[in-house]
Write a protein that binds this ligand. Structure first.
Ligand code: SF4
Length: 325
C-alpha cells in the first residue's frame, strides 16, 4: 500500500471578474499521484502550474474541491478536525522562505519545541534535550536555542525550519521549494542535509520545485505539472535521460546545464503559462508546443502509459521512435 495516494484531486478558486460576476480558476485538475514509503517524489513546473496548490490541498492547508487524499489508508478529506490533527503528526511541510514561515517573535527553542509541546508529553529538561537533538540533526547546536530567525543566516534559518518539521518524526515531509530562497552556495548544503536526514530517519519526501536541476539530486520519480495537470510522471533517471512530453523537454533545455544528450530533442519554451481563468482548449500546452496540430486544439489528451512512463500527449506513439534516435 502506498504511503500517500491522491485520486482525481481538484481545486477550483472563485475569481471575481466584475461587481456581480465571478469565474472559476481550476488550479488542480484531476491529479492522480502515488507516493511509496521511503520514496522522494519531485513535482516540477513553472510558477503558476499548480504544484504548490496541490501540496497545500494534500495537507488540507486549503480545502480541495473534490477527490481523495489517502494517507496510510485513511482519506484525509473525510476526517474531522481532531482526527486530522492526529494524522498531521505524521506529515510536515518546509516552506520556501524560512524568514516568512518561522515566527519572528519566537526563539529557536520555542519554534522547535512548539509541536513537541502540543503533541507529546515532553516538558522541561526532556523537552529541551529533544530540541537540541533536532538542532544537532540539522547541523546546528544548543548555541542557537535562544536566537530568533532574524539573527540567523538564510541557511541556518532553513535548517531550523527543517528541524521543526522533523520534531515529531513525521513519515512524510513536503518540501515546498526549500532551497530557492537561499544563496547558491548554501543550496547544495541544504540538499545534502535532506539526503542525510532521509536516510537517518527513513523519511518520505514530496519535493516541489520549479527547477528540475535541484529535484534531480533527490527524486526517485518526478511528476511534471502544467496548468494544474500532470503531463508526465516517471522514474527520475529515465525522465532526465529521455523526456517524453515536449513540456518536460523544454524544462530540461532551460536548466543551466542541460544534458548534451537531451539537447538533441530539446524544445525551446516560449511565452508564459496561460491564465488559469482562460486555459487553452484541448491540450493546455498547445499554444507553446512545437508539435501542435489541429487535434491538440480540439481534444484534451489523456495521461497514458508508453514505455513505462505516464505522459499526456496525442502524438507520443508517433514521436517516441524519433526521440530514440
Ligand atoms: Fe503538443 Fe499536441 Fe502533444 Fe499537447 S497533445 S503536447 S499540443 S503534440
Amino acid at each position: 500500500m502506498p504511503l500517500l495516494e491522491v485520486r482525481s484531486l481538484v481545486k477550483q478558486f472563485p475569481v471575481s471578474t466584475g461587481l456581480f460576476s465571478r469565474r472559476w480558476a481550476q488550479a488542480v485538475d484531476h491529479v492522480d499521484l502515488t507516493v511509496n514509503a521511503g520514496e522522494t517524489i519531485g513535482v516540477v513546473g513553472e510558477s503558476g502550474c499548480g504544484k504548490t496548490t496541490l501540496v497545500r490541498c494534500l495537507l488540507r492547508i486549503i480545502e480541495p474541491t473534490s477527490g481523495q487524499v489517502i494517507f496510510e489508508g485513511d482519506d484525509l478529506l473525510g476526517l474531522d478536525q481532531p482526527s486530522l490533527r492526529a494524522k498531521r503528526r505524521d506529515m510536515a511541510i518546509v516552506y520556501q522562505n524560512p524568514y516568512l514561515s518561522l515566527s519572528p517573535r519566537l526563539a529557536v527553542r520555542d519554534l522547535i519545541g512548539e509541536p513537541l509541546l502540543t503533541h507529546t508529553s515532553l516538558r522541561g529538561r526532556a523537552l529541551i534535550d529533544r530540541v537540541v537533538e533536532n538542532l544537532e540533526a540539522v547541523g546546528l547546536s544548543a548555541d542557537h536555542l535562544n536566537k530568533r530567525a532574524r539573527e540567523l543566516s538564510g541557511g541556518q534559518a532553513q535548517r531550523v525550519a527543517i528541524a521543526r518539521a522533523l520534531a515529531l518524526r513525521p513519515k512524510l515531509i513536503v518540501l515546498d521549494e526549500p532551497t530557492s530562497a537561499l544563496d547558491v552556495s548554501v543550496q547544495a548544503q541544504v540538499l545534502n542535509l535532506l539526503v542525510k536526514l532521509r536516510a537517518e530517519f527513513g523519511l518520505t519526501y514530496l519535493f516541489i520545485s520549479h527547477n528540475l536541476d535541484v529535484v534531480q539530486h533527490l527524486a526517485d520519480r518526478i511528476a511534471v505539472m502544467y496548468l494544474g495537470r500532470i503531463v508526465e510522471f516517471g522514474e527520475a533517471e529515465k525522465l532526465f535521460r529521455r523526456a517524453h512530453h515536449p513540456y518536460t523537454m523544454a524544462l530540461l533545455a532551460s536548466t543551466p546545464e542541460p544534458d548534451p544528450d537531451i539537447k538533441e530533442s530539446s524544445v525551446a519554451l516560449e511565452g508564459s503559462v496561460p491564465s488559469l481563468l482562460a486555459p487553452p482548449s484541448g491540450c493546455h500546452f498547445h499554444p507553446r508546443c512545437p508539435w501542435a496540430q489541429d487535434r491538440c486544439r480540439a481534444e484534451s489528451p489523456a495521461l497514458r502509459v508508453e514505455e513505462g512512463r505516464l505522459a499526456r500527449c496525442h502524438f507520443l506513439v508517433e514521436r517516441l521512435p524519433a526521440l530514440k534516435n
